[in-house]
Design a protein around this ligand. Structure first.
Ligand code: NOJ
Ligand code: NOJ
Length: 488
């Protein structure tokens, strides 16, 4: 059963971790990880109420997006950020790497259970309130400006809840099972029924700027629904199992519409209502990371990190930003660069971001894991430009593990990925603190300071680099239906 597949994954990652560490890379990346990993992990915990150093005033389990309201109003809690950050904490706990995290996870579940039911500016439980972006840190309604609604939030929260549920069932037996059934399940039902009815509905994208259908959002919905259908099966809820499974498949069918075969890129936003940023966008790289399933192959349908679609897209997104920031000016056309959200970003100066630069590295660390697991790398005409930028002599073909070509390709990709991580290292101040952005001309910290999401992006990139992968989510057995259906 997939939900209980955490144990094989555990042994797989131990095995892989050894291989990756053997693969070495430069000593600078290892030193960077050794130094920054604990800082980043502490940075996250510092921002969580009510024990966190900067979050004493926040309710237990509430993640402050950043501790301060200046220079941007980030001293509130975003559902998206909070769900992704708790996923990092949950994965670490589920792997048995840090049991002290467990009480904080229970706090988060309780807090989200309350927030979920709090009527807010977007609506209440029956009128769309699950599309709200965030709340104040005392769990009161946030009345400031925001892009409302955002349909990824409920899906991301449900996925993190279900990852926790899988961990509890695997680790805590009957007692874990009871908490899952009594506490997690009711929260998940509300979120996923909302998701099942909204994957086909437009809303604000993950960057909270464009109204339409968003690639990342639909990916989050597919994953949430698929995980939910598996949990429903485990708990014996036949109706939910069937309903969410069908909607996951329908959403996966729709998800294919974002691929532009002529340009071999993903169009981030479609069906826009108003101005559409219909260019390449780092949000799509977050999609590859979100949908990464350690048990899946290089599948285009679910946009796996090692798929030809995701690699072609990655190259084009990075290349789109090569001329954008002054700090990259001495970096060649094939080297790692600092990247931001998209080329014409204007938000707080439109600088490069830590989370986006780490995302490039993370997609590639994930891809390396997948190639090693399937035992081969297949270069197609679509992914060839990606590989050729690293080694001009790269050719279309299948290269098996054990051979020289495979080894060289892995080394190329690993060192390219490491270089993106090391770009971030250059711009992290001496105390290790991580803002949202760093100045396009000077590299100095910009926008939200001590941003929880920036720390989380360091932890996940480093974890993947070291071969720690999250539990599978069912992506491996998803097939794109031949005929697409609309929503329920
Ligand atoms: C407006 C920005 O344009 C958007 O990207 C950001 O997410 C929100 N403000 C929230 O800070
Ligand atoms: C701006 C980003 O665009 C958005 O994705 C994020 O949720 C908020 N900042 C808070 O970190």
């Amino acid at each position: 059963m997939r939900l209980l597949s955490i144990l094989p994954t555990l042994s797989a990652f131990l095995f892989e971790s050894r291989i990756l560490e053997d693969a070495g890379g430069s000593s600078s990346i290892n030193a960077f990880i050794k130094n920054q990993y604990p800082i980043a992990k502490t940075g996250i915990l510092d921002n969580i109420g009510s024990k966190g150093r900067f979050a004493r005033v926040a309710k237990p389990g509430v993640v402050m997006t950043s501790p301060w309201g200046s220079p941007v109003g980030y001293n509130i809690t975003w559902i998206r950020d909070s769900s992704l950050i708790f996923k990092v904490i949950i994965d670490t706990w589920a792997d048995g790497r840090d049991d002290t995290l467990l009480p904080g996870i229970y706090d988060w579940v309780a807090s989200q259970g309350r927030l979920q039911k709090t009527p807010n500016l977007t609506g209440n439980l029956t009128t769309g309130g699950l599309g709200e972006c965030g709340f104040n840190i005392d769990e009161s309604v946030y009345t400031g400006p925001a892009g409302r609604p955002q349909h990824d939030n409920a899906a991301l929260r449900a996925s993190s809840m279900i990852d926790f549920a899988s961990g509890l069932i695997a680790r805590n037996g009957r007692q874990g099972h009871k908490y899952v059934a009594d506490v997690i399940w009711p929260i998940v039902v509300l979120d996923l029924n909302y998701v099942a009815h909204h994957w086909n509905v437009t809303g604000f994208n993950l960057w909270e700027e464009v109204v339409g259908s968003c690639h990342f959002t639909v990916a989050a919905q597919i994953r949430g629904l698929k995980q939910g259908s598996e949990l429903a099966k485990t708990l014996g809820y036949k109706h939910q199992h069937k309903f969410w499974k069908e909607q996951a498949e329908n959403a996966l069918c729709f998800f294919q519409d974002f691929w532009n075969p002529n340009q071999a890129i993903v169009v981030s936003n479609i069906n826009c209502n108003g101005p559409c940023r219909d260019t390449v966008d780092m949000g799509t790289v977050f999609t590859a990371i979100r949908n990464f399933d350690p048990e899946a192959g290089c599948d285009n349908g679910t946009f796996q990190p090692c798929s030809e679609y995701a690699l072609s897209n990655l190259k084009k997104v990075v290349d789109s930003m090569r001329g954008t920031y002054t700090i990259n000016q001495n970096r060649s056309e094939t080297e790692a660069i600092a990247v931001g959200r998209f080329t014409n970003d204007a938000y707080v100066g439109g600088n490069p971001w830590f989370i986006t630069t780490f995302a490039v590295a993370e997609q590639l660390y994930d891809a390396i894991y997948q190639w090693r697991r399937v035992g081969k790398i297949t270069i197609t005409s679509l992914s060839l430009p990606f590989f050729q930028q690293l080694r001009p002599s790269a050719k279309v073909g299948t290269f098996k593990q054990g051979g020289e070509d495979f080894k060289r390709l892995i080394e190329d990709v690993l060192s390219y990925a490491d270089d993106f991580s090391l770009i971030n290292q250059e711009y992290i101040p001496a105390d290790g603190s991580m803002s949202e952005q760093f100045d396009r001309e000077t590299g100095e910290p910009r926008s939200g300071l001590r941003l929880s999401a920036s720390y989380a992006s360091a932890v996940t990139a480093f974890d993947r680099r070291r071969g720690y992968v999250p539990a599978a989510w069912g992506g491996a057995d998803m097939k794109v239906p031949g005929v697409c259906k609309t929503g329920p």
